[in-house]
Design a binder for this molecule. Structure first.
Ligand code: MF3
Ligand code: CO
Length: 252
């Protein structure tokens, strides 16, 4: 069941979402060779305290951290570790959400550490572009898989592949609500979009094949072929006029 949100509820998601955007911007300044992924998580936790919001991921299905940190062939849900250090040439996905006045917001960016390969740069650019192509389809009377199709088309036109095992989602008082939003699909199919729907759109894009597997830690998703993967995410409300992005600026 898709829960429609009132203007007041959307305002709460926007307030939290602006904080998510600010915290991701700040984390980005610390993405440098030598920092550990646990240090990034601790910084995210400190910032949630300063902004007086709660981290949305801690405790979710037993997840123990505030942030997901996914390096290179890690697709999503990489676990922060004191032993994992960033190095020049890596790319890292930072996925983060907060709860403000009981409402969740969720966003992700992928950034390079120092000088990265041309392929890595192109993968990051195409993944963020695909997110915006999907967002551009969000308006009343369009259909759910118009979003999915726009993402898939942009990714595949650029020779990359979309991950199937993970999807975007509705969001509100719960981090994950209906509907599931795949990053592939047929245009003009799926439920009709309505003002008041709030979605987290999150393309996960692999440089090689689409297949992923989960490591023994029970969380980290990695590409089967060891190729690079990138992830961008925003929380967006559908309005009468079209849509409104609630998670602030998306730094690259
Ligand atoms: N943004 C991610 C998602 O929507 C992270 C949630 S998983 C968590 O799937 F356990 F880390 F919270
Ligand atoms: Co999400």
């Amino acid at each position: 069941m898709i829960i429609l949100k009132s203007a007041r509820e959307i305002e709460n998601i926007r307030r939290g979402g602006e904080i998510v955007g600010k915290i991701l911007m700040e984390l980005r300044n610390y993405v440098k060779p030598g920092i550990s992924t646990l240090e990034l998580d601790q910084l995210a936790e400190k910032l949630t305290g300063q902004f007086q919001v709660k981290p949305a991921f801690r405790g979710y299905k037993g997840y123990k951290h505030c942030l997901c940190t996914s390096i290179n062939d890690e697709v999503v849900h990489g676990i922060p570790s004191p032993k994992r250090f960033l190095k020049e040439g890596d790319i890292i996905g930072l996925d983060f959400g907060v709860i403000y006045e009981g409402y969740c917001s969720d966003a992700a960016i992928t950034v390079g550490i120092g000088k990265i390969s041309d392929e890595a740069q192109r993968l990051i650019r195409v993944t963020e572009e695909a997110l915006w192509q999907g967002i551009a389809e969000m308006r009343p009377k369009n259909r759910l898989f118009d979003i999915s199709h726009a993402v898939q088309k942009h990714v595949e036109q650029n020779g990359f592949s979309v991950v199937r095992q993970f999807v975007g989602h509705g969001i509100g008082q719960s981090l994950h609500e209906d509907p599931a939003i795949p990053n592939y699909g047929d245009p003009r199919t799926g439920i009709e979009l309505k003002a008041g729907m709030v979605f987290a759109i999150e393309p996960m894009v692999n440089a090689g094949g689409a297949e992923v597997r989960i490591l023994n830690d029970g969380w980290t998703a990695v590409t089967i072929d060891g190729g690079l993967s990138a992830h961008f995410e925003h929380t967006i409300a559908i309005s009468e006029e079209g849509h409104s992005v609630l998670t602030g600026a998306s730094p690259r």
